[in-house]
Design a protein around this ligand. Structure first.
Ligand code: FAD
Length: 309
C-alpha cells in the first residue's frame, strides 16, 4: 500500500512530491496525460522566483521533477481513471490497475476554456494566449492593439492589466453588458484604453497563413455583420475547467468543479488533500500552485504522523 499518492505533476504535484519525498515517505506521483502540467506549454516563464533571465516552462518542470526524484519520489506516466474514497485504504484505478493509498494529494490542475476555433489552436503561443499575467508583458504585445474575449471578472482583470502594455485593448463580449461584478465592470468601462465590442463573437483568429496573430474576424450576433479587427494578441478569458470530474460526488467542490478546502489543504475526505489550480479559481499561477503543493504535503505528513501515534 502506498503512503501517499500524488495525482498530477504540475507545479503543485511536483512541489508536494518534493516535500513528501524529503520526509522519507517515498510518494507515488502520477503524471496524467500532461507530465509537467500546463507550464510545459509555455516557452518562457518570467515570474517564477529564482530565474532572473526567465526559464523555459518545460525546463522548469523537468528540474522540479528531478529535484523530487532525487529524494525518492517515484514519478509514473499514468492516469487515474476513478477513485473509491468510501473506505480506507483508499483505492484508485490507475491505467486499469488498482492502487491503494493511505493519503492522496489531488493536484490535477485546470484547463482553460477554449473558443473552439481551429485558427485559435493553430495560433496558440503565436499570439493566442489564455493568461495575461503570464504573457502580457512579452515584447510581441507591447504598444500593439490587443483583444480580450470574455465578459466576466477574469476578462475585465485581463483587459485592465493589458492596458499597461497594449496601445488599445478591445474587449469582445457576446452580450451587451459585462457579467463581471459591478465595481469591476465600472472600472473596466471607465478605462480609456479599453474599447468594448458588444454582442459579438470571434469567428476566426487571423492569420494562420502568416503563422502569427494579425487580427480577428468578429461577428455581431444581432445583425450577423462580420468585420475584422487588427491586433497582435488574443487573450481568451472565458473561464476554466478544473480537472476534477473523477472526484465528482465524492469530494466536495463548488458549482464550477473547483475542489473545496476545509482547513488548510484538507478536503471533506480525511487524508485527501488538494493543491493548485484544481482548487484555486483566484490566483492560478505557478508559484501559488507550488505553494499549495508544499502546504498539502505538510498537511499529509502531519496527518500520517498523527495516525501512527
Ligand atoms: C500558456 C500558459 C502559460 C502560463 N504561463 C505562466 C507563467 O508565466 N507564470 C505563472 O506563474 N503561471 C503561468 N501559467 C499558469 C500555470 O501554468 C498554472 O498556474 C500551473 O501550471 C498550475 O499548476 P498545477 O500543478 O495546479 O496544475 P497543472 O500544471 O495544470 O498540472 C496538472 C497535472 O495534473 C495531471 N492530471 C490531470 N488529471 C489527472 C488524472 N486523472 N490522473 C493523473 N494526473 C492527472 C496533468 O497531467 C498535469 O500533470 C501559464 C499557463 C498557461 C496555460
Amino acid at each position: 500500500m502506498e503512503k501517499v499518492v500524488i495525482i498530477g505533476t504540475g507545479c503543485a504535484g511536483l512541489t508536494a512530491a518534493l516535500y513528501i519525498a524529503r520526509a522519507n515517505l517515498n510518494p507515488l506521483v502520477l503524471t496524467g496525460l500532461m507530465p509537467g502540467g500546463l507550464l510545459t506549454t509555455t516557452s518562457i516563464v518570467e515570474n517564477f522566483p529564482g530565474f532572473p533571465e526567465g526559464i523555459d516552462g518545460y525546463e522548469l518542470m523537468t528540474r522540479m521533477q528531478k529535484q523530487a526524484e532525487r529524494f525518492g519520489a517515484r514519478v509514473q506516466f499514468a492516469t487515474v481513471e476513478s477513485v473509491d474514497l468510501s473506505k480506507k485504504p483508499y483505492s484508485l484505478i490507475v491505467d486499469g490497475e488498482k492502487v491503494e493509498a493511505e493519503t492522496i494529494i489531488i493536484a490535477s490542475g485546470a484547463g482553460h476554456r477554449h473558443l473552439g476555433l481551429e485558427s485559435e489552436d493553430l495560433l496558440e503561443k503565436k499570439g493566442v494566449t489564455y493568461c495575461a499575467t503570464c504573457d502580457g508583458a512579452l515584447p510581441m504585445f507591447r504598444n500593439q492593439p490587443l483583444v480580450v474575449v470574455g465578459g466576466g471578472d477574469s476578462a475585465c482583470e485581463e483587459a485592465t492589466y493589458l492596458t499597461r502594455f497594449g496601445s488599445v485593448v478591445y474587449l469582445i463580449h457576446r452580450r451587451d453588458s459585462l457579467r463581471a461584478s459591478r465595481i469591476m465592470a465600472e472600472r473596466t468601462l471607465a478605462n480609456p484604453k479599453i474599447k468594448p465590442i458588444w454582442d459579438s463573437v470571434v469567428t476566426e483568429v487571423l492569420d494562420v497563413k502568416q503563422d502569427k496573430v494579425t487580427g480577428v474576424r468578429v461577428k455581431h450576433l444581432k445583425t450577423n455583420a462580420e468585420s475584422t479587427l487588427d491586433c497582435a494578441g488574443v487573450f481568451v478569458a472565458i473561464g476554466h475547467v478544473p480537472n476534477t470530474q473523477i472526484f465528482k460526488g465524492v469530494v466536495d467542490m463548488d458549482e464550477n468543479g473547483y475542489i473545496s478546502r476545509k482547513e488548510g489543504s484538507q478536503t471533506n475526505v480525511p487524508g485527501v488533500f488538494v493543491a493548485g489550480d484544481c482548487s484555486d479559481h483566484v490566483y492560478r499561477q505557478a508559484i501559488t500552485a507550488a505553494g499549495m503543493g508544499c502546504a498539502a504535503a505538510i498537511d499529509a505528513e502531519r496527518y500520517l504522523a498523527a495516525l501512527s501515534q
